[in-house]
Design a protein around this ligand. Structure first.
Ligand code: FES
Length: 154
């Protein structure tokens, strides 16, 4: 069930949207900002506000890597696996992150601090290999700079 604040924020988006469906991503982001991820129940609630089916809205959500359909940790690390990053050291960087955190893609650390996910090009190819932690972009990332990066997120 959506909170009063979520309903209010989504209705505010709808008030200036050209069509209800055009507010899909904003509405999903509102839920994610409040709940950390978008559950099936939240998906149904938002879909009904947008006059869409849950499946239609879910199709929108799955298109965007930044909409999480499963619970995530307090911080999400997105590791770019596209060509520039791949060539510039994706594999050793990913191994380093996995070893440090003890998790694989799609997993969350036991203390719920980090979730690790792949993502396609972050648009920072000139800074490859690049990662994103929450809304912060980093690159080029090395084993050495990972220490300082992770330290920023508690
Ligand atoms: S390929 Fe990684 S940021 Fe573009």
């Amino acid at each position: 069930m959506l909170s009063d604040k979520e309903l209010q924020d989504i209705n505010a988006e709808l008030a200036h949207a050209a069509t209800k469906a055009s507010a899909s991503v904003d509405a999903l982001n509102i839920v994610q900002r409040h709940q950390g991820w978008v559950s099936d129940e939240a998906m149904k609630d938002v879909a009904s506000m947008l006059d869409m089916t849950a499946d239609e809205l879910d199709a929108v959500a799955t298109f965007y890597s930044f909409i999480f359909r499963r619970p995530v940790g307090r911080h999400v690390i997105l590791v770019c696996d596209s060509i520039s990053c791949y060539v510039m050291g994706y594999n050793p960087l990913l191994d380093n992150i996995k070893n440090r955190l003890g998790i694989a893609f799609g997993e969350t650390t036991e203390d719920k601090r980090f979730t690790l996910l792949p993502i396609s090009c972050l648009g920072a190819c000139d800074r490859a290999p690049a990662i994103m932690v929450d809304e912060d972009l980093y690159g080029p990332v090395t084993a050495e700079t990972m220490d300082g990066i992770l330290e920023k997120y508690k």
